[in-house]
Design a protein. Sequence first.
Length: 258
Amino acid sequence: MPLSTKLDKRNEEIKIYINGEFFHRDQAKISVFDSGFLLGDGIWEGIRLVNNSWLFLDEHLDRLLVTRGNKIKPFQQPSLSKDGINLVIIMEHSEEHPNTDGVKLVTVPQVRGLPMSQDPKLNSHSKLNCIIACIQANKSGGDEALMLDPLGFVNTTNSCNFFIVKNGEVWTSTGDYCMNGITRLKVIEICKNNKIPICEKNFSLVDVYSSQEAFITGTLGSLTQVTNVDDRLIGNVNHGWPVTEKLRKLYKDLIYAQ
Ligand SMILES: Cc1ncc(COP(=O)(O)O)c(C=O)c1O
């Protein structure tokens, strides 16, 4: 798991925002007729507050659509949602401590597919595909699943974007079949601005197994190094993950400069 699942005492008393009102977390409830609850019909965003400023807020709001609201019957037809959207904000404290142990990935058969099935660029409420992938990886001793695209090229993990470092170049997928993460975008920009060669390209598991470093990216975890893919060690325990470390530092500088 790239993020710490440890409970933070400060979150015990937080208030949750639901459609214009605030509720103690124990009282925060949504209707069982909510489209997101019933059918996964909604979009969500994970946004980070650093030094009282929302990170990359415009990019996050561009991706956000919320749930289609309460339905008058538990059927798919969108017109059965009569009362407008449901908007929920869960704002939690989170310690910033990079996962220095790194993560272990396992390749799974589930893919993030073509836009004509469920567009893999949507941050949909329905994470079932990704959760099944994660369970599959967990059962095989992994923290997170490495997912391929429909053509068999390396794509993404179930909850983060994936990068490798090969012969001084940073590689990530073309972005056609994965969530186009905002952290992914910022890492690509950082590479370009710092003359670190970056390629958005198709590559295969063979490239991953022979890479010098690998890391995953996401809003809450920033950059986390990958230590193992399918029982192959990635990186060098003696020399660390120098490119990942450099990018992690540049990303931290960027977010604290906001
Ligand atoms: C499947 C998937 N990939 C990547 C990401 C990372 O995106 P971001 O960097 O915008 O947090 C997420 C975050 O929700 C995700 O669910």
